[in-house]
Ligand binder design. Structure first.
Ligand SMILES: Cc1ncc(COP(=O)(O)O)c(C=O)c1O
Length: 390
């Protein structure tokens, strides 16, 4: 298999390829989806083999494979991220979305606040709202085509009701891989405001050459008594449909509190998720991710160079994730004008900037986890759609 191989995700009924009408009211076979954060590559053989082995064994009853999955997560965390954790620190959840909702329920009450940076992964705000908590937005700044933190502003923006800081590291959207120094500043902020720090590190394997992801637990070890880390194979290996997340909590009292929430919901990991994640967190998985990142880095170069021709479009530097942020504010267009041009004229469907919070206005997020031919096509259509600005 090569990353250039085509893969028809319409017949597989993927959300990314078949959900645009329901989500955006956009229809047509000519649409090029670059929104939902999963990738269009055929699954690597070590995943397909794991599914075949499961089918060959033919036992879909209650199972006791969870320990080997926890050991695989611990092995991966140590070998890929240099963080030595105990398998017993890991609590499986049904996806990371589920883990985020559980964290909100465990460590805050309705009417209390959860702080997030903006723009950020849209489901943070959705889950805070659905759980009847209040959102405190901390706007990121932009410097030299990168989102940066601006702690001079953040203390004054806090209301005092906040119990949790939800961090996305690496950052979605915008592709920042926070440095150890930035992570320490975030940890200090959590200490200063007595916040539980949830570090969502689902994009931790998707790091472009020249950058390194530092787990928050390593950057700021002193924050361990208030730190909850979340990770998963779902983004790295595009297996989000198998609904499994790993919540890593070194602190025993915090772990007991989260375990209680999971038990109250009577949640147990599912067999397919455990089977695929265990196969992914392996030496074969590591070699595949290394190759993937070289391919994605080239996709980004093609995208950045092409989109850079559009006057007023600022393509942010991509350090991690496959989600490129383009800031169109300098074109002077409103979000509605931008959306109409990109989806209507170019027939490309990115994620709308305002979905990521107030800080997302003027921007669009483009998913580059696809075949190079599609990146070429998207760049061609988009530069054409903005040709009148040249
Ligand atoms: C930062 C972040 N957290 C969580 C998720 C959702 O993960 P899951 O599919 O495991 O719920 C995503 C998906 O895009 C994400 O970007």
């Amino acid at each position: 298999m090569t990353f250039d191989d085509t893969f028809d995700r319409v017949t597989t009924r993927s959300s990314k390829w078949t959900g645009m009408e329901a989500y955006f009211g956009l229809a047509g076979d000519d649409l090029l989806p670059m929104w939902v954060a999963d990738m269009d590559f055929r699954p690597p053989t070590f995943l397909t083999d794991a599914v075949h082995a499961l089918a060959d064994a033919g036992d879909y009853g209650y199972f006791s494979h969870t320990d080997s999955y926890l050991e695989a997560v611990a092995w991966w965390t140590k070998t890929r991220h240099r963080w030595d954790i105990e398998p017993g620190w890991i609590i499986p959840t049904a996806s990371l979305g589920n883990a985020i909702a559980f964290a909100i329920q465990t460590w805050s009450k309705p009417g209390q606040g959860v702080a997030i940076f903006t723009p950020v992964y849209h489901e943070f705000a959705n889950k805070i709202r659905k759980n009847k908590r209040l959102i405190t937005e901390l706007p990121l700044s932009t410097e030299d085509g990168r989102f940066t933190l601006d702690f001079d502003r953040y203390d004054a923006l806090m209301c005092g009701t906040e119990k949790i800081l939800l961090l996305c590291s690496p950052h979605n959207p915008g592709g920042r891989v926070w440095t150890a120094q930035e992570l320490r500043a975030i940890a200090d902020f959590a200490e200063r405001h007595d916040l539980l720090l949830v570090s969502d590190e689902v994009h931790n394997d998707l790091i472009l050459p020249g950058f390194r992801h530092v787990p928050t637990a390593l950057a700021a070890p002193e924050v361990a008594p208030r730190l909850v880390t979340m990770t998963s194979a779902s983004k790295t290996f595009s297996i989000a449909g198998t609904r499994l997340g790993a919540v890593i909590i070194g602190d025993e009292p915090l772990r007991a509190q989260f375990t209680d929430t999971v038990r109250q919901a009577d949640l147990h990991p599912n067999l397919l998720g455990v089977t695929l994640s265990r196969a992914a967190f392996s030496p074969a998985g590591a070699a595949w991710v290394d190759a993937l990142m070289l391919y994605l880095a080239d996709n980004y170069t093609v995208f950045r160079d092409g989109m850079g021709q559009i006057p007023g479009a600022l393509v942010h530097h991509l350090e991690g994730t496959y989600l490129a942020w383009v800031d169109f504010s300098a074109t002077g267009m409103t979000d509605a004008e931008l959306w109409a041009r990109v989806t209507g004229t170019a027939r490309v469907v990115p994620s709308p900037g305002p979905d990521f919070g107030t800080g997302g206005s003027g921007g669009l997020r483009f998913n580059l986890g696809t075949q190079r031919a599609r990146i070429d096509a998207a760049v061609g259509r988009l530069t054409q759609a903005f040709a009148d600005l040249q």
